[in-house]
Design a protein around this ligand. Structure first.
Ligand SMILES: [Zn+2]
Length: 134
């Protein structure tokens, strides 16, 4: 069962587009099917091999915010990995556990890929604060 997606900006139904179809966000590369709202230039990819969206549709502003949030957060768990010699998945998991406590969001819902603008902003704030303490 594929869950249909709605554009969070205009609230119209998103279209599931494949590479080569008009409006597909990556005309030169096939990143698999994407749920796209052409007028809002907002889209989200799918879990590999499925038509189930990875999260909500994101426009250019939110895509940039998510990239900035990852740029602030990823070095923290990478530093832990180097410091403690633990695996990537362990370091990442404990990073997300810490992040969920900082943001007051349940651990299961703590995924940068699904955050909105405000949440991305808070990720950047808490990670920068933490980074300065290290
Ligand atoms: Zn839209």
């Amino acid at each position: 069962m594929v869950e249909l997606k709605t554009c969070r900006y205009c609230l119209r139904p998103a279209q599931l587009l494949k590479h080569g179809e008009s409006g597909y966000p990556y005309p030169h590369k096939d990143y698999g099917p994407t749920w796209t709202c052409v007028p809002c230039k907002a889209w989200v990819g799918c879990h590999p091999g499925t038509e189930n969206a990875l999260g909500g549709l994101a426009n250019a502003e939110l895509r940039a915010a998510k990239m900035a949030a990852h740029a602030a957060f990823d070095p923290l768990w990478r530093a832990k990995m180097a410091r403690d010699g633990c695996s990537k998945s362990h370091a990442r998991k404990s990073g997300y556990r810490w992040l969920s406590q900082q943001l007051g969001i349940p651990y299961k819902k703590t995924h940068i890929g699904q955050f909105d603008l405000d949440e991305c902003q808070r990720v950047i704030e808490v990670c920068n604060k933490r980074g300065k303490q290290q």
